[in-house]
Design a protein around this ligand. Structure first.
Ligand code: APR
Ligand code: PHB
Length: 390
């Protein structure tokens, strides 16, 4: 097999890159380890930045998002139970859209297959080769035996546990990491969301988040310990903790019900530098991980492949290497600013066991300044809705 861009990973990054390349007349093949059903079955958050929404809409992927997405002009912050709204729309003229990553992925798969795109599912033992030469290739195994895809470039869109980043010799890649001393315990429930907008809560007992998937499907999170056991968290205990941390207004109106999904997620910040190795380029979670607090994961993957698709187009269309030579630097500038925001927001909202009392007072001062200052709220809002594409 041969193509111009061989893409490892058929999640949001790989699918969107293939879609954007197709619109530029550039051929690509996606090699995905899992089955289509598995990829489409992954439940993932989806708070889409304005730039993400605009890019999807501009490239023919906006129809269902416009019908089913929930446009939010603001978010709320609950500080020890007191609610404060950040008016994103008034401060930035932009909004965010709640539209599950699962739905974005389904829309992308549908668009690629409708356009005749090639997505290889259930590819085993995927490996990448020759990315320091002019003839890179991707190999894998299917029931039909060994396969090889020859390509001009490889895009590593295979997520944090993929094969591309580990294929780079240790001396050529540097990883920056911060692990947070807590997890998020999340539940999905077929209940009406407690508020029309998201509520991020900072409470002495710990962080909580009230989100949603639709007007009838709520998504809640509470901060929990690293050694949390799901058996220790029956639904009733979770609802009680949410009522406490979200505050009295929410406690009075929240609709409780059985959880239809309950899971624990770790929080960490990771950045791998650089994001380009010869003819192999990393994009999305393959290169970086953000804590979910700022809802940046999907949006960073979109921003990476937006730059990478244009870089490939400049190469194939104009014979220019300017885009591919500057990709890593340009992508990392946005990645690190999203890391900064996600780390800062996480630092204000979570309980840090063992922290001195002074630290909690500092958190409260940060949040008091955030919610009481137009300048602080504006700075927050421009990060939350998404910084301008560089
Ligand atoms: N070979 C082929 N495919 C692989 C391999 C491999 N060795 N390893 C992983 N994959 C696939 C996964 O099955 C997945 O479908 O690569 C895809 C990576 O997708 P994501 O992990 O979703 O990463 P990305 O596309 O960058 O999207 C980032 O997804 O995980 C969330 O929070 C993250 O919202 C962010 C978004
Ligand atoms: C979610 O709805 O799952 C969600 C929303 C916002 C976040 C994280 C997760 O910051």
């Amino acid at each position: 097999m041969r193509t111009q861009v061989g893409i490892v990973g058929g999640g949001p990054a790989g699918l969107l890159l293939s879609h954007l390349l197709h619109r530029q007349g550039i051929d690509s093949v996606i090699v995905e380890r899992r089955s289509r059903a598995y990829v489409e079955g992954r439940i993932r958050a989806g708070v889409l930045e304005q730039g993400t929404v605009d890019l999807l809409a501009e490239t023919g992927l906006g129809a269902r998002m416009a019908r089913e997405g929930l446009v939010h002009g603001g978010i709320e912050i609950a500080i020890d139970g007191a609610r404060h709204r950040i008016d994103l729309a008034a401060l930035t003229g932009k909004s965010v859209t709640v539209y599950g990553q699962t739905e974005v992925t389904k829309d992308l798969i549908e668009a690629r297959l409708a356009a005749g795109g090639t997505i290889v599912y259930e590819a085993d033992e995927v490996s990448v080769h020759g990315f320091d030469s002019d003839t890179p290739s991707i190999r894998w195994r299917t029931a039909d035996g060994p396969q090889e895809l020859h390509c001009d470039f490889i895009a590593g869109c295979d997520g944090f546990h993929g094969v591309c980043r580990p294929s780079v010799p240790a001396g050529r890649i540097r990883t920056y990491e911060r692990v947070y001393p807590f997890n998020w315990l999340g539940i999905l429930s077929q209940t009406e969301p407690v508020s029309d907008e998201l509520i991020y809560a900072s409470h002495d007992r710990g962080f909580a988040l009230a989100s949603m998937r639709s007007h009838a499907l709520s998504r809640y999170y509470i901060q929990c310990d690293l050694d949390v056991k799901l058996d220790d968290w029956p639904d009733e205990r979770i609802w009680d903790e949410l009522k406490t941390r979200l505050g009295p207004e929410a406690a009075a109106t929240i609709e409780t019900g059985p959880s239809i999904e309950k899971s624990v997620a770790p929080l960490r910040s990771v950045v791998a530098e650089p994001m380009r190795f010869g003819r192999m380029f990393l994009a999305g979670d393959a290169a970086h991980i953000v804590p979910p607090t700022g809802a940046k994961g999907l949006n960073l993957a979109v921003a990476d492949v937006r730059v990478l698709a244009e870089a490939f187009a400049e190469h194939f269309r104009d014979g220019s290497s300017a885009g591919i030579d500057s990709y890593s630097e340009r992508a990392l500038k946005r990645v690190w600013k999203a890391q900064r925001f996600s780390w800062w927001f996480s630092a204000q909202l979570h309980r840090y066991d063992g922290a001195e009392p002074f630290a909690r007072r500092l958190q409260l001062a940060e949040l008091d300044y955030l919610t009481g200052s137009e300048a602080a709220s504006h700075a927050f809002a421009e990060n939350y809705v998404g910084l301008p594409f560089g």
